[in-house]
Design a protein around this ligand. Structure first.
Ligand SMILES: NCc1[nH]cc(CCC(=O)O)c1CC(=O)O
Length: 345
């Protein structure tokens, strides 16, 4: 690369987002010692509502943590945006693309409890803080005797709420804790069979302008094809379910289908627990997918495997199985419930 200019990298301002972005920028500086990288911190709608204390599961709307970064990309104010991949909706705005997917951190959810207990050892009635319907729905089935309560705020805020006894335990993404050097706070890891992670959990997504070849070339050394194959399958699963939720039919082979900004306000998977996790075994990709009702009263799971070089096909096939075996009906039901509760943004 001989572009002698400053590359601007957009991020949210949370401690985790900054740590993730610093990691990316350090790799970029290593790979391109002659270039200048500048971190640009932007505030997203998700950061504003966190302050207002609205439970995340009630905020709704896609791209809560990503839209302002995408606008900066489209305006040319920044050249790339670093996201937690799971916060990035499966249908990106036109003009933007996923430029690279770096190696994944631990995709599992983690349990934190002051005395180091695992999920099975928590006392009945323990108040467990989780920030997602996906975790709540799955934990309800494993331990119906626990009190599951929403918890808001960044990682430090949540840890303080645990330390002060507002919660008896927390469940959050292991990846965030690992990246913040807080690995020692984790009491137990939840196996994907117990609590299937969110699509893309533990992975970063670096979003760029479609066709910005200079930037795409810069990112190539950071790309991890194994992670990319797994998260493409997970996101294709999510994309197919999102289409269903939005009343769109399947769009074969086009995971980027969708019209940004035109989704009905109750759509999106914020209100519907959806989980997906894929892993590579040799040259085969294995995918597990799940849809649940928010109260955990029903869960539909499916699994499949396919060639690693066709992840979208696998994701859509597993989604079709979920839809066919009860998932379609559940999405409609959960969608209706969200509407009754007035969960629109
Ligand atoms: N906005 C929630 C969010 N987005 C990314 C992470 C952690 C990192 C990851 O899952 O990759 C978290 C916190 C959590 O789920 O506990």
């Amino acid at each position: 690369m001989s572009v002698l200019r400053t590359i601007r990298v957009a991020t949210r301002g949370s401690r985790l987002a900054l740590a993730q972005t610093e990691w990316v920028v350090a790799r970029l500086r290593e790979a391109h010692p002659g270039l200048d990288f500048q971190v640009v911190t932007l505030r997203t709608a998700g950061d504003r509502t966190q302050r207002a204390g609205i439970p995340l599961s009630r905020v709704g709307g896609k791209g809560l943590f990503t839209r302002e970064l995408e606008e900066a990309l489209l305006d040319g104010r920044v050249d790339l945006a670093v996201h937690s991949l799971k916060d990035l909706p499966s249908d990106l705005p036109s003009g933007l693309t996923l430029g690279c997917v770096p190696p994944r951190e631990d995709p599992r959810d983690a349990l934190l409890s002051p005395d180091g207990r695992g999920l099975r050892d928590l006392a009945p009635g323990t108040r467990v803080g989780t920030s997602s319907l996906r975790r709540t729905a799955q934990l309800r089935r494993l331990r119906p005797d626990l009190e599951l309560a929403p918890v808001r705020g960044n990682v430090d805020t949540r840890l303080r709420k645990l330390a002060t006894g507002q919660y008896g335990a927390l469940v959050m993404a292991a990846a965030g804790l690992h990246r913040l050097g807080l690995r020692d706070r984790i009491s137990a890891y939840l196996a994907p069979e117990e609590c299937l992670p969110a699509a893309g959990q533990g992975a970063l997504g670096i979003e760029v302008r479609d066709g910005d070849e200079a930037i795409l070339a810069l990112l190539r050394p950071l790309h991890d094809p194994v992670t990319a194959a797994a998260v493409r399958a997970e996101r294709a699963f999510l994309a197919r379910l999102t289409e269903e939720l939005e009343g769109r039919g399947p769009v074969p082979g086009d995971p980027a289908a969708g019209v940004p900004g035109q989704a009905p306000p109750l759509s999106g998977t914020c209100q519907v627990p959806v989980a997906a996790h894929a892993a590579l075994d040799g040259d085969r990709l294995h995918l597990h997918g799940l849809v649940a009702l928010p109260d955990g009263s029903r869960v539909v799971k499916a699994a499949g495997d396919g060639p690693a070089d066709a992840p979208e096909q696998l994701g859509r096939a597993v989604a079709e199985t979920v839809l066919r075996t009860g998932g379609r009906q559940m999405l409609r039901q959960a969608h209706g419930l969200a509407g009754e509760e007035g969960e629109s943004p």
